[in-house]
Write a protein that binds this ligand. Structure first.
Ligand SMILES: CC(C)(COP(=O)(O)OP(=O)(O)OC[C@H]1O[C@@H](n2cnc3c(N)ncnc32)[C@H](O)[C@@H]1OP(=O)(O)O)[C@@H](O)C(=O)NCCC(=O)NCCS
Length: 154
């Protein structure tokens, strides 16, 4: 990879430490390196990493079970936000879903997270429900968003 290039790749357990470090910059209750290592040992848990100048600048983690994908987390380094990185990670996921014939993608998001809600809406996600008091730190509800994808039969 060119020193200043940007790439999106699937991350393995060798990225657990960097994922935990990025997570600490982005969330009040970050996953630890150990938690990432354990999760990445499971075949249905996948993580896309945005690598810029050899550094992990963002990631998107998801479960893929049969024809459904659940987005668990999406995070971009605070200094790299507002430049479309999250959008590129989501576009990569959409291409993956198309290749893998995924028919439903869903996620939970805080209503106060305007940038994330706006991003998901731009990709066509629609409100599918609300989970009252879902987030233990603030007691905030979670909004459930989902995107139904049309499966092309080959
Ligand atoms: C949410 C997050 C991943 C977005 O990353 P990003 O790389 O800055 O996102 P992008 O540059 O691709 O922009 C995404 C959208 O947010 C909008 N946006 C950016 N900052 C915003 C703000 N402060 N308020 C409202 N919208 C904002 C952008 O205009 C863009 O909207 P569009 O898709 O309608 O054009 C990032 O802010 C983050 O890591 N937050 C902390 C972790 C988190 O909350 N993750 C979401 C869990 S569901």
């Amino acid at each position: 990879m060119n020193l200043h290039s940007e790439d999106i790749i699937f991350l393995g357990q060798d990225y657990a430490r960097e994922l935990a470090a990025l997570e600490e910059q982005c969330f009040a209750f970050p996953w630890s390196e150990k938690e990432f290592r354990l999760a990445l040992s499971r075949k249905n848990f996948l993580v896309l990493g945005l690598i810029r100048s050899r550094e992990l600048m963002g990631y998107l983690s998801f479960y893929h079970v049969q024809d459904q994908v659940e987005i668990l987390n999406l995070a971009v380094h605070p200094q790299a936000r507002g430049r479309g990185s999250a959008g590129r990670l989501l576009s990569f996921l959409m291409d993956y879903c198309s290749r893998e014939k995924v028919s439903l993608v869903f996620l939970e998001v805080r209503p106060s997270n305007r940038s994330a809600v706006s991003l998901y809406q731009r990709f066509g996600f629609q409100r599918a429900g609300r989970r009252p008091g879902y987030y233990p730190d603030t007691g905030e509800d979670a909004l459930v968003y989902q995107l139904e994808l049309v499966r092309k039969e080959t």
